[in-house]
Design a protein around this ligand. Structure first.
Ligand SMILES: *Cc1c(COP(=O)(O)O)cnc(C)c1O
Length: 477
């Protein structure tokens, strides 16, 4: 299996070759040359596998340059109940991503059983183990540079802390995360973890990361890699739970399901798109945004118009406060029939601060073949959904999951079972839970009092030179 760039001007690479990198040299994102196909016989054979065995089966199709015994060991070590049992109340953590039935044909898929209480642990824990394996093989080192609006950063840090040969430099928007999220990240004292609080929004931090990554000489000299949501290893790991959720919600492989996905950078739902392209019977992929609705706008109108950072709203589902969706290019590459020149044309406009519009082109018709629906959710919707789910089912959901559920219920085709991806636990967003329910969210016992731990972080202006100087000072050469 080789990987090619969405912009069509970069040499094909293997899984391991792209694992430690970020963007392709032509500025595009990597995707498999062709999506591996899953036969009906394979689907039948996979139906009753454990999560770890299913992950091995799926990932074997993508990580073809890792020997099977090694991949199996890495996957088994990652997807164990020991990693995915954060002590949440009343969970069946041995299933790793169990389904929780709300009503007839409506399910939540628990993806927040990892150490940082958000679905990003599902992929990031795998990445930590893959990185350690790949680096040890080459006696190499890696300095991970990333930007986070909360969940990515903590998931990366908990996956990489203490790992040999790895340092993490994680940028976050100063003062824009919940106190719990800040405590989760800034309380880590591991010497290989560097938290940097940027005076600005998430997009400012992400632009700094992009600027450093585009300085190819600096990047090479300082062995810089990324774990942000464009990392192919992360996307591929997320494909697995679509299979798991499908099998759990159906009795036979003749059935179809709908997935509803709270979306920001289009990473999670991109994995669902790929699962469908592989042959998983997904009848509908429902994309939910919050007030930052650039993706909903595209699926409704055909116009993709990223907002300026000054037009990004701060919302109560902050991990979806995104004005450009960094993984969206992967989907558009498939939409335009894998025409790299077309993607270059579109992103030429986007990168210049503009928009592209497919409404009056043949691509608008093509779009319907990918089975997407979309919708958006507001703060009031979020409060209402959290309240209703608590009152009707006694289940407490977080703000992002509430966005997904609200839009999922609105957009679903009633004939399909609806699987709403739970992307975080309510404990991470206590202020909004308090507002919705008049009570504090339940919190896994291990995380009681985390806000009282001493915190450590570097505050920095949104300036690329300052960032480079900080990295240089902390990387022995
Ligand atoms: C990251 C995140 C999202 C958005 O996922 P994308 O892959 O960026 O679309 C949604 N909810 C939560 C809780 C997250 O952490």
């Amino acid at each position: 299996m080789k990987y090619i760039s969405t912009r069509g001007n970069a040499p094909a690479k293997t899984f391991t070759e792209i694992l430690l990198g970020g963007l392709a040299p032509d500025g595009g994102l990597y995707l498999p040359e062709q999506y591996p196909q899953v036969t009906r016989a394979e689907l039948d054979a996979w139906r009753n596998l454990s999560y770890a065995d299913l992950a091995f089966a799926v990932l074997s199709k993508f990580a073809t340059d890792i020997p099977a015994v090694d991949l199996k060991a890495i996957v088994s070590k990652t997807y164990t109940a020991a990693v995915y049992s954060n002590g949440r109340v009343d969970s069946n953590a041995k299933d790793i991503t169990p389904l929780r039935k709300l009503s007839e044909g409506v399910y939540l898929q628990e993806l927040s059983n990892g150490p940082t209480l958000a679905f990003k642990d599902m992929a990031m824990q795998l990445l930590g183990n893959l990185f350690e394996y790949a680096l040890a093989k080459d006696h190499a080192e890696l300095n991970i540079l990333g930007a986070t609006s909360g969940d990515t950063g903590s998931a990366a840090e908990y996956a990489m802390r203490g790992k040999r040969g790895i340092r993490v430099f994680m940028l976050s928007p100063n003062g824009k995360m919940s106190s719990f999220q800040r405590a989760q990240m800034y309380s880590l004292q591991d010497p290989n973890i560097f938290n940097i609080a940027v005076n600005g929004m998430f997009d400012d931090a992400q632009d700094m990361v992009k600027a450093v990554s585009n300085d190819h000489a600096y990047k090479a000299a300082h062995k810089i890699g990324t774990v942000n949501s464009i990392n192919w290893g992360r996307v591929s790991a997320q494909i697995v739970y679509y299979f798991k959720g499908y099998f759990a919600a159906t009795k036979s492989n003749d059935e179809q399901v709908a997935f509803s996905v709270p979306s920001g950078n289009f990473g999670n739902i991109c994995a669902g798109h790929i699962a469908r392209m592989m042959g998983l019977p997904i009848g509908q992929l429902i994309l939910a945004t919050n007030e930052n609705d650039v993706l909903d706008e595209f699926f409704r109108t055909g116009v993709y118009r990223p907002r300026g950072t000054d037009h990004t709203y701060e919302t109560s589902s902050p991990s979806m406060d995104i004005s450009k969706a960094s993984n969206f290019e992967r989907f558009v590459f498939d939409l335009v029939g894998r025409d790299g020149a077309k993607v270059r044309e579109f992103w030429g406009k986007v990168d210049a601060g503009g928009a592209f519009d497919i409404k009056d082109s043949a691509y608008w018709n093509e779009l319907s073949k990918f089975h997407f629906s979309s919708g958006k959710s507001s703060h009031q919707d979020r409060l209402k959904t959290i309240r209703e789910v608590w009152e009707e089912y006694g289940v407490m959901i977080d703000t992002h999951t509430a966005d997904g559920l609200k839009v999922g219920l609105e957009q679903r085709r009633p004939s399909l079972p609806l699987i709403c991806l739970e992307t975080a636990l309510p404990a991470k967003f206590a202020e909004t839970i308090q507002e919705a329910l008049g009570r504090q969210p339940e919190r896994p016992a291990a995380l009681e009092g985390i806000e009282d731990l001493p915190q450590r972080c570097e505050v920095m202006d949104a300036d690329v030179a300052t960032l480079k100087a900080f990295i240089s000072a902390n990387v022995p050469r």
